[in-house]
Design a protein around this ligand. Sequence first.
Ligand code: NAD
Length: 401
Amino acid sequence: MTTTKFDRDVGVIGGCGHVGLPLALTFADKGKRVVIYDIDERALARVAGGTMPFEEEGAPPMLARALGAKRLECTADPAALAGCRALILIIGTPVDDHLNPALDAIPKALDACLPSLRDGQLLVLRSTVFPGTSARVQRWVKERALDISVVFCPERVAQGFSLREFGELPQIVSAFDARGLAEARALFGLLTADLVEMAPMEAEVAKLFTNAWRYVQFATANQFFMMAQSHGLDFYRILEGSRFKYPRLAGMPGPGFAAGPCLFKDTMQLAAFSHNQFYLGHAAMLVNEGLPDFLVQQVKAKTTLADKTAGILGMAFKGGSDDKRSSLSYKLKNILRTEAARVLCTDPRVKDADLVPLERVLAESDVLFVGTPHPEYRGLSVPDRALVVDVWNLFGRGRVL
Ligand SMILES: NC(=O)c1ccc[n+]([C@@H]2O[C@H](COP(=O)([O-])OP(=O)(O)OC[C@H]3O[C@@H](n4cnc5c(N)ncnc54)[C@H](O)[C@@H]3O)[C@@H](O)[C@H]2O)c1
């Protein structure tokens, strides 16, 4: 019988991250006493000082409330986790140089936390994981004779809008035992009444299917766009005309850079899980990762680039975000560094020493690529002399060139 006493409700391992921090703030806002544990001391200091380390809709006042109510502690010392009834692990889970899941991150994080693990705790895995990871963590716990319930409850929010989406999206909960399931239901029941139960491996695969599905959908739109563009057709006229009052195409996305920290790597995790038989996933990678080069080649078919200045508007991986992780704007920049005389990049949100002001990009670029459809660019007056490459159709100019 477990008798451990806890003086904190939730400890978030990786709690300064893009999805860990909003979750920590949400539980604090629900009245829970929350510990944020992270290895990023700079981010910890910012959060403890009341500043968000990245943009997140609605987060600053929530952070101020949590700190003011003394419901949020920030620490780089895992010892603080010993007092937490529930631990939520939500660290990054990348793929390696061979596009296989990098499997060491979670065991390393757990090893560091081991002295603070206590009988009676709930250990929630919230990172997107390679299928079978939860079962391995469950074994790891048992081998250490800990009376801890391991559960896997995947994070499915759209980065930047987590605080709103926690209340809007159902939560998938999966566990290895009844106690874990009941506690996971109680914890995530604080966010929503819509709880979906699955077996752990089902939940792990469900999360990967979700991201791979979106990645393949984006690739389909991107390939259609490339086909139309190659034949001199205006893809947006085709897309808008086809979707008009036609519900079966309502969900078809427009083309654009499908990038960021999740979709690509999770599609590759699924490819590894399927023993490299995930043909659609690999094909989607070729299409999505090939789009920047396709655009450059389209420009080269029209004009010489080697004597021109190329500008990129937007370096974040998606519009309205300050996150440049795995952004295809940077892939485009690298291609242009070899193809154009000069490359100038700008972004109203991303922090990067190489960026220059928007006005300079507009004034000096011969060819302008829209890398990210930031709201700040809507209605922007683009100089007539520049060749505009606008895969997002942000300026409504129809064909990209
Ligand atoms: N970003 C998204 O939109 C999103 C959405 C759903 C799921 N996910 C998944 O959530 C997980 C985290 O993604 P993210 O975008 O928040 O990553 P992130 O890099 O923004 O955050 C991870 C945090 O974990 C910290 N960290 C890393 N190793 C640690 C350790 N050993 N101990 C303690 N802290 C550690 C980092 O310092 C960082 O603050 C990934 O598995 C990702 O696939 C992300």
